[in-house]
Design a binder for this molecule. Structure first.
Ligand code: DAH
Length: 347
């Protein structure tokens, strides 16, 4: 038989045990384990006291149960107090370890931007794609036929002198103009044709506005009833988008073997509005490209019936457009990859 006083002393010693160990608990997890060892309904030392109820005289049972329950209540509260203190301490430690100094200067990531030639090239493609043109990229190594002969510039034709050519062999050369793309497209496609051919071209030429390697963009339209006014219409739309809505075009007679008639296309000076300034050399106009109505001989060279179809073509220098657009006065700036220059040009 167990009596109440015996139980009381057992409870007191368990309480003392709880106090002693709980104070020493290093963290809330350890405390939880300790709590379980006293209060777990199956194995807890305090909970186990209830099992002894059977040995308690009947008249003491109620008090016995009450005493055990009170002890359990006390233990629950006690553990809770210590637990909240431990948790607070743990939280502080966590905040401390996860603290970041937001006043520290950030490590700047350098953001790259596209090269002005790529930017202008993409803009031009966008503009012409909006008018239904698609892109054909030819190859930089061409043979004499595609670069010259098929473009109505046979051997010994004086127009060959207009472009100082890098020959790789008597037959192969570095293309001097993207016009060679016209021939490939016309040989392989039936009209209607509406293409742009951007790419690098090469000429033995080197001064402030010329580089031995530069970038051109060719345009070609072939269909029934195409005239010079279709060319003018397309170019008007294009220059307004590149140089601003006020810009107008003017065609001047010129000569290219692959177009007849041939024209040089000028734009009204977007710097001075046509009044005359340094950029337009006082003329009010800036030359931007060569163009014309595709020579019948070129159509026939490619197997296109020139009595049924006609076309227009144009070729422009992307570096030239970029220099005008961004106010660059030496073409070398576009090839030197000097970040101090390139960083300023971000469209
Ligand atoms: N291929 C010429 C050049 O490099 C530019 C050119 C002029 C292209 C007239 C054309 C054109 O398509 O019709 O100087």
């Amino acid at each position: 038989m167990k009596d109440l006083s015996e139980l009381q002393s057992q409870i007191e010693s368990l309480k003392a045990e709880i106090r002693e160990h709980a104070e020493k608990a290093a963290n809330s997890k350890g405390l939880y384990e300790l709590k379980k060892s006293f209060l777990d309904s199956k194995q807890g030392k305090l909970s186990a006291l209830m099992k002894e109820m059977a040995q308690v005289p009947a008249e003491q049972k109620a008090n016995f149960g009450k005493a055990v329950n009170e002890a359990k209540q006390w233990a629950l509260g006690f553990f809770e107090d210590i637990d909240s203190k431990l948790k607070e301490k743990e939280m502080k430690l966590r905040y401390e370890s996860e603290k970041i100094d937001i006043s520290m200067p950030a490590k700047m990531q350098k953001k790259g931007n596209l090269h002005p030639i790529t930017t202008v090239r993409n803009q031009l493609i966008d503009i012409f794609a909006g008018m239904g043109f698609s892109v054909y990229e030819g190859s930089e190594i061409e043979n004499d036929y595609y670069n010259f002969t098929a473009l109505n510039t046979p051997q010994d034709h004086p127009a060959r002198d207009m472009q100082d050519t890098f020959y790789l062999s008597p037959e192969f050369l570095l293309r001097t103009q993207t016009s060679s793309g016209q021939i490939h497209v016309m040989e392989n496609t039936k009209p209607p044709i509406k293409i742009l051919s951007p790419g690098k071209v090469f000429r033995s030429d080197d001064d402030a506005t010329h580089s031995p390697m530069f970038t051109q963009m060719e345009g070609l339209v072939v269909d029934e009833g195409i005239t010079l006014s279709d060319l003018k219409g397309s170019l008007d739309t294009f220059v307004k988008k590149v140089f601003g809505d006020e810009t107008t075009t003017r065609l001047r007679p010129s000569y290219f073997p692959f177009t007849e008639p041939s024209v040089e296309v000028d734009v009204s000076c977007f710097e001075c509005g046509g009044k005359g300034c340094r950029l337009c050399k006082g003329t009010g106009w800036i030359e931007i490209l060569g163009a014309g109505v595709v020579n019948k001989k070129v159509l026939e060279n490619c197997g296109i019936d020139s009595s049924k179809y006609s076309g227009f073509a144009f070729g422009l220098g992307i570096e030239r457009i970029a220099m005008l657009k961004y106010g660059i006065n030496n073409i070398k700036m576009l090839f030197e990859s000097d970040l101090r220059v390139l960083d300023q040009i971000d469209d």
